[in-house]
Each structure stands twice: as structure tokens, then as C-alpha cells.
Design a binder for this molecule. Sequence first.
Ligand SMILES: C[S@@+](CC[C@H](N)C(=O)[O-])C[C@H]1O[C@@H](n2cnc3c(N)ncnc32)[C@H](O)[C@@H]1O
Length: 192
Amino acid sequence: MAGNKVPNSIKNRKVPITQQSLNGDPIPKKFIINDEFYTPIPLVVECIKYVYLVPVDVVLDSAYGTGNFYNNYPSFTKNLYTEDFFNFNEKVDWIITNPPYSKIDKYLEHSCKICRKGFAYLLAIHNLTPKRLIECEKEGFFLEKMLLCKVDKWYGCSVLLVFSNQATKCCIDYQKRLNTNTSHNDSIHNSI
Ligand SMILES: C[S@@+](CC[C@H](N)C(=O)[O-])C[C@H]1O[C@@H](n2cnc3c(N)ncnc32)[C@H](O)[C@@H]1O
């Protein structure tokens, strides 16, 4: 899809404020998934500048929301967006956006399938895990660089992770999780 207006399906979308569990009790707010929050434009602009784009590139916003990323992609690239990422199967050069945090693994997996060059996702820093790096590396995408940032009112720090298949190694060193519950302090687990 290409265009500038916010689709009605997104404009009219309601974010649940309270939800009930099956027994009728309210679900504590911390357990309610809220993927609907939007990146401040100055940060969007910094994130897009951080990815090296050239005029022939096709750039996809895979988590359009209100279009904050899509509307700030350069005019020299071919820009697309989708509201249904997992059914979007065209090849693109880059994805740059802030994805729904409840679907990060599926987003990374599908991005590896459709990106010719790479993808850049703005995540909370605790979402950067060895397992995710390994899964992307298996598909040929290495973490090339990271832009660390702090947004007022967002929990913790955020980081733009740029994965590229032009890079040949990860820009940081990492280990799988060390299990400190056994007598073998150095036994390595693969759970995160
Ligand atoms: C964290 S918000 C960020 C929105 C926007 N990218 C921004 O930075 O302002 C993630 C967005 O992804 C959308 N989303 C969730 N699942 C999606 C899917 N399968 N395909 C496309 N968009 C999806 C949500 O509706 C939400 O608007």
C-alpha cells in the first residue's frame, strides 16, 4: 500500500482501557497488551537518518499505526506500508519502524523472509536478546548498529536495532544465558 492518509480501520481503533479475565475479575493493567503507542516524530526522523538508504530502495512500514514512520521516509525512496504484515509477501529493501512489542519474534522472522537488505526496529532495550540475534543470524541478518535513546514517559531505554545482510558479524558480543542454578556455572542455556 502507498498513500498518506490514516486508514479508518486505524483511526477508529480503540485501545482497551480495562479488560476482564474469564472469571470476571479485572486483569491488572500490567498484563494488558498495548501495542498502540506512537513514536515521537523527532525520534522517527533520527531513526530513519540512521539507516543508509539509496534512491532505488523500496522501504516498508510494517507497523503503520498513524504513519509516523511512513510519512517521514525520504521522498527519493519507494515507500510502502501495510496493516497486515504477516500477509505482506512482496520483497522490499528495508523496513524501518516501531513494531508491536507483543509480536517481536514473528516480526523478525517475517522481516528476514522479505527484506533484501535489512530492517531497523525500535524496541525497548530489554527486548534485545541473544536468542533473537541468533535467529536473525541463521537467516543471514546481523545486528549492524544500534541507536540508544530515551523517550520521556516510555518505560526504560529504547534502542533502534539495525539488522543487515551486508554485515558479516554482530556489532556486539553476546552469550546465551548462563545458568547459575546448577553447580556448573558455565553451562549455557538457549532460552532467551
Ligand atoms: C508500537 S505501535 C507503533 C506505530 C508506529 N510505527 C509508530 O512508531 O508510531 C505498533 C503498531 O503496529 C500495528 N500492528 C500490530 N500488528 C500488526 C500487523 N500484523 N500488521 C501491521 N501492523 C500491525 C499496531 O496496530 C500498532 O499501530
